[in-house]
Design a protein around this ligand. Structure first.
Ligand code: NAD
Length: 247
């Protein structure tokens, strides 16, 4: 039996990863912070594919809640093989209008949350000398974006953090990689005005915004047997956006 944990799995990319991993044969620990209804729906989708799913409430920005999360997942579902560090938020604003509170909260959830959950998950995986850590960053970690200094910093931080983990944990048979999505159609990008979406679409070589399923396929690959020799890498899933414009 193989168990994975997806943080922030009540909707969007986290839900799609849960479903795709279930399809690939994993039992899924569905983490959520507040949206219990959404998490129940994710669990239902996993179960409809014949896999086990359990709900685990917990705020990833809390070191202690993250410790309890990993403990509870292993108690209820068994040894954790794969962790998908997906939970994330935005609090956008130009630097001069960005409050300290908005800076702190985005860094706390997106970057400290990755540290918190990865740390406790890695502790469990080290004992068994195997495991996969997959963190969801963003294309803007590589390119920057106006109005997202806090978000870009948190997502760039994830890349450095995961590369350090890849080196530290390789001797324990644990790999650590990053998936960097481009613009994906979820609640997070729902509020963008149509004009912005149209301009964005024009800047994407493949000519469309991504879907949560596009990201989930890459995550499933990194969780599977076929990626055993890949660690410390950043895999953009962005329709070619991060290649930059032709000059
Ligand atoms: P979303 O807002 O639809 O989902 C985010 C999920 O994280 C939700 O389930 C939310 O409840 C959960 N969450 C938020 N704070 C949490 C906390 N403190 N503890 C536990 N869970 C928490 O967003 P999404 O588009 O599905 O994004 C998922 C991940 O992908 C995020 O890390 C996001 O930064 C990243 N990403 C998204 C896009 C995009 O275009 N949508 C692009 C690049 C990267």
């Amino acid at each position: 039996m193989s168990v994975c944990l997806v943080t922030g799995a009540s909707r969007g990319i986290g839900r799609a990863c849960s479903v795709e991993l279930a399809r690939a044969g994993w039992d899924v620990a569905v983490n959520y912070s507040r949206d219990e209804e959404g998490a129940i729906e994710t669990a239902r989708l996993v179960q409809s594919l014949g896999r086990r799913a359990s709900l685990f409430r917990g705020d990833v920005s809390s070191h202690e809640e993250s410790r309890v999360l990993i403990e509870n997942v292993e108690r209820e579902l068994g040894p954790l093989d794969v962790v998908v560090l997906n939970a994330g938020i935005t609090k956008d604003g130009l630097l001069m209008r960005m409050s300290e509170e908005d800076w702190d909260r985005v860094l706390d959830v997106n970057l400290k949350g990755v540290y918190n959950v990865a740390k406790w998950a890695a502790r469990a995986m080290m004992r068994r000398r195997s495991g996969r850590i997959i963190a969801i960053s963003s294309v803007v970690a590589l390119t920057g974006n106006i109005g997202q200094a806090n978000y870009c910093a948190s997502k760039a931080g994830i890349i450095g953090f995961v590369r350090a983990l890849a080196r530290e944990l390789s001797r324990y048979g644990i790999t650590a990689n990053v998936v960097a999505p481009g613009y994906i159609q979820t609640d997070m990008t729902e509020h963008l005005p149509n004009e912005v979406k149209e301009n964005l679409t024009r800047s994407i070589p493949l000519g469309r915004l991504g879907t949560p399923e596009d990201v989930a396929s890459a995550v499933s690959f990194l969780a599977g047997k076929g990626s055993a020799y890949i660690t410390g890498q950043v895999l953009p899933v962005d329709g070619g956006m991060s290649m930059g414009a032709l000059t």
